[in-house]
Design a protein around this ligand. Structure first.
Ligand code: CUA
Length: 339
């Protein structure tokens, strides 16, 4: 497959080797988290009411079309014109007003039910920072920083383990949306928003930035990996570990990383690179994708990405570093060691 054909569809759940990968998809009608459950229930209620309105209107329309259609032998005279009917006008004013009030109140109730959920002690805290065009993920209590692929524990009835998300933006408005786990919550500059998820099944859940945030908005994808408690512990331990390259000698590839502009934007723990403008690369190889879920993470795509990021994401803020082939290979070789 040519690199240009790599699309997020190629990364559709099922093809991904995520933990128990089959729980992907983006249907709001297949919720697997309390927040998404409330929205699902409410969607059915609204669909019921609006569906009933559609049926009534469509039936009346069909009756009118059939019953009052032109027939052979019509005299073409205008039918009797009726002006003003208090009963009819009261009915078609009061009924819609009541419907709007019911929908408004039930919407408010659903919103408050979701927002008022108390944070249980011990809940996992993650700070999600929207950036053009990727997600910075920080686990303050665990000292973990990663990008685009959110890892959380499963939360079943016997062991509730919700994850609370603090949503911030570094630039423009973004929106965090993983349909099977929670409704959209915006990430707004200079405003702190909160949401939470408690996925019931391990697996990979995909999502998408849901607020237009610039040219690469469509490729600001989200991946949520839900683990069993044991697997989550393992993931945490692997993220806290120093990468091998940081304890070993300094390779040619690491020298390239440390002597080009890479380090202004990227952090690799244990090196002089401590930039925060781009994703933390300390455990880059633990991620299945690069470019915010838009490109699978393989040595070939990684090399093509560094050669020309705009090939995959036109308008991307990462510049092409103009490295010659030998230095590019050395750099990719070094990045492969960041496990
Ligand atoms: Cu970020 Cu759209």
């Amino acid at each position: 497959m040519p690199l240009s054909d790599v699309s997020w569809l190629a990364l559709a759940p099922g093809s991904a080797a995520g933990p128990g990968a089959a729980t992907g998809g983006t249907s709001v009608f297949a919720p697997l988290s309390s927040h998404a459950d409330e929205i699902h229930r409410y969607s059915l209620f609204v669909l019921g009411i609006t569906g009933a309105i559609f049926l009534v209107v469509a039936t009346l329309l069909a009756v009118a079309v059939v019953r009052f259609r032109r027939r052979p032998g019509d005299d073409d005279a205008e039918p009797p014109q009726i002006y003003g009917s208090l009963q009819v006008e009261v009915a078609w004013t009061v009924i819609p007003v009541l419907i709007v009030i019911v929908l408004g109140l039930t919407t408010a109730r659903t919103i408050f039910q979701i927002q008022d959920r108390a944070k249980p002690p011990g809940a996992l805290e993650v700070t999600v920072i929207g950036r053009q065009w990727w997600w910075e993920l920080r686990y303050p209590a665990l000292g973990i920083v990663t990008a685009n692929e959110l890892h959380v524990p499963v939360s079943d009835a016997s062991r509730p383990a919700p994850t609370f998300l603090t949503l911030l933006s570094a630039d423009v408005a973004h929106s965090f949306w993983v349909p099977r786990l929670a409704g959209k919550t915006d990430l707004i500059p200079n405003k702190v928003n909160r949401t939470w998820i408690d996925p019931r099944k391990p697996g990979l859940y995909v999502g998408q930035c849901a607020e237009f945030c610039g040219t690469q908005h469509a490729k600001m994808l989200l991946r949520v990996y839900v683990h069993t408690p044991e697997d989550f512990e393992r993931w945490v331990a692997s993220q806290k570990a120093e990468p091998d390259a940081a304890v070993g000698g300094i390779s040619e590839g690491r020298r390239v990383f440390e002597t080009t502009a890479c380090l202004n934007c990227h952090t690799v723990r244990g090196t002089v690179g401590d930039g925060r403008y781009g994703p933390d690369l300390t455990h880059l190889m633990s991620r299945e994708t690069i470019a915010s879920g838009a490109v699978p993470n393989t040595p070939e795509t990684l090399k093509a990405w560094i050669r020309d990021p705009a090939h995959f994401k036109p308008g991307v803020l990462m510049p092409a570093m103009q490295l010659d082939e030998a230095r590019l290979d050395a750099l990719v070789g070094y990045l492969q060691t960041l496990r």
